[in-house]
Write a new protein. Structure first.
Length: 454
């Protein structure tokens, strides 16, 4: 290839005034300020990313929209890591956005996850979700609530619209609530009464298969209540329990644990109960786990027989032995169809919808950068709950004539670059040990989430 031909394909030259570099890539000329080779390389990289057609997704049809709808809360959980919660300046996401600007995204939204602080706090959360159910009934709503203000009208709206609800209960009785969560009289009882009322409303509505899950933050104040918490769920007929290891007390980044013995005992209890309750209940506990190698712990219970576990946890076994999680899921699918809603996949049912794993070119990868939006009240944007907000981009940059330009957003270099990395299994800045980044072969994934007794 002669020099002149090569120059047409790729060259870097000064412009006439010598204030810019002109880069030619495949005949296209791009002009850059002379601000150093690093930034030049970055710009070339950006150019390639923006012109790589394999990274283009158009408008995804199955978006998960996770909105930090407000930053206020009616609780004062000791472990809460959410910024601005309980701050006197309670921020609401601008009404203009949620009722107008996002109209362009709702038709493509499959799951709405309003969270952070507390959606039931103040009138607007109810009004907003009610508006969504009336105008976009295809959207599945996933609520996470402390349950304090989950009153009858919330219970009715949730039951009538097949909400997936998680109650962050975090304790097993009044005393443990005060110790771990908030030292205020009567709150635990209030929450439990609201949950029981919701279970009654679900029954009346014929949608008991949509029983909520309950969750517990575990730390040195309540590790010893791990089995009791799961027993409490089973007593309520609840088949899904989520455990969050306290991300404030421990450090997932540094893999440091404050109370090693308590943590170890709680983890082994969870692994044992997972083994015992397989197909009966779902126990999710792998988020914020401050260890490097969960298999090492799983191996410790490998040789413990089911008979031993039945004896050790006889009270839980008695309550849960007739539960059948998959059967319940199938009933949910029927209800979704009856209500003209798209059923959740079994993967979504088991894991929730804040991370997404799918097959891409024969590999199972985390596909959050393909379909997930996570938004703060300020408009700060990211694509996952478990990484903090690492981006520096704002939804305001994608609003045109009062509407969100969804195609522009998902095909911005921010999402494109992430898709490029994730497709290679490169999860920079992700939560250590995130279950979403766990490597599965296609067959393992099918067995775990798809083929199960279908
Ligand atoms: C921040 S809250 C927001 C939603 C709602 N206010 C609630 O409490 O369910 C979301 C979830 O994070 C959990 N959480 C709060 N602080 C935590 C911490 N330090 N470590 C792990 N999970 C935590 C809560 O228990 C809750 O289940
Ligand atoms: S209820 Fe939720 S948002 Fe409110 S303080 Fe507790 S964990 Fe934080
Ligand atoms: S792998 Fe990363 S993006 Fe995916 S769920 Fe985990 S932390 Fe989030």
């Amino acid at each position: 290839m002669g020099n002149s031909v090569l120059e047409k394909v790729f060259s870097v030259k000064n412009d006439d005034r010598k204030t810019h570099k002109v880069v030619t890539v495949l005949g296209a000329k791009i002009k850059f300020k002379k601000d150093g080779i690093k930034s030049l390389k970055q710009k070339i990289e950006d150019y390639k990313i923006m012109h790589d057609s394999s990274l283009y997704v158009g408008i995804p049809k199955d978006i998960t929209l996770q909105l930090m709808f407000n930053s206020g809360c009616n609780s004062k959980c000791k472990f809460c890591y959410v910024h601005n919660v309980n701050n006197k300046n309670t921020y609401l996401m601008p009404k203009e956005w949620v009722y107008k600007t996002f109209k362009s995204i709702y038709p493509y939204t499959q799951h709405l996850v309003p969270t952070y602080g507390e959606i039931t706090f103040g009138a607007e959360g109810y009004n907003y979700l009610n508006w969504i159910t009336q105008n976009y009934p295809h959207i599945n709503i996933f609520m996470e609530s402390n349950g304090i203000a989950f009153t009858d009208r919330w219970a009715k709206m949730a039951a009538k619209n097949l909400f997936n609800v998680n109650f962050s209960v975090n304790a097993v009785d009044e005393e443990s609530y005060k110790k771990t969560v908030w030292e205020k009289d009567g709150i635990f009882t209030l929450i439990m009464n609201n949950i029981k009322h919701y279970l009654d409303v679900l029954k009346e509505n014929g949608t008991s298969m949509f029983k909520p899950s309950i969750s517990c933050v575990l730390n040195s104040s309540n590790y010893h209540n791990t089995a009791k918490f799961i027993k409490m769920a089973a007593q309520l007929g609840i088949q899904k329990v989520i455990i969050f290891f306290d991300a404030k007390e421990n450090s997932v980044e540094r893999l440091s644990v404050k109370d090693k013995e308590g943590f170890y005992n709680a983890l082994i209890t969870l692994i044992e109960l997972t083994k015992l309750l397989e197909k009966k209940m779902i126990l999710g506990f792998k988020l914020f786990i401050p260890i490097c190698n969960i298999e090492e712990y799983e191996n410790k219970v490998k040789n413990t027989s089911i008979e031993e576990l039945k004896e050790k946890y006889s009270d839980i076994w008695k309550l849960a032995k007739d539960f059948d999680y998959y059967e319940n899921y199938k009933q949910k699918v029927e209800k979704y169809k009856e209500y003209n809603k798209k059923p959740l996949t079994y993967y979504e049912e088991k894991t929730g919808v804040t991370y997404h794993q799918e097959e891409l070119k024969g590999k199972i990868i985390c596909t959050n950068p393909w379909k997930h939006i996570r938004l703060r009240t300020s408009g700060l944007l990211d694509f996952c709950s478990w990484r903090g907000y690492k981006s520096n981009i704002y939804i305001q940059d994608f609003i045109e004539n009062g509407l969100l330009n969804v195609e522009k957003l998902f095909n911005d270099k921010f999402y494109r670059r992430l898709r490029k990395d994730f497709a290679k299994g490169c999860y920079t800045n992700c939560l250590k040990n995130c279950p979403g980044s766990r490597f599965f072969t296609k067959q393992e994934f099918e067995v775990k989430y798809k083929a199960e007794r279908c």
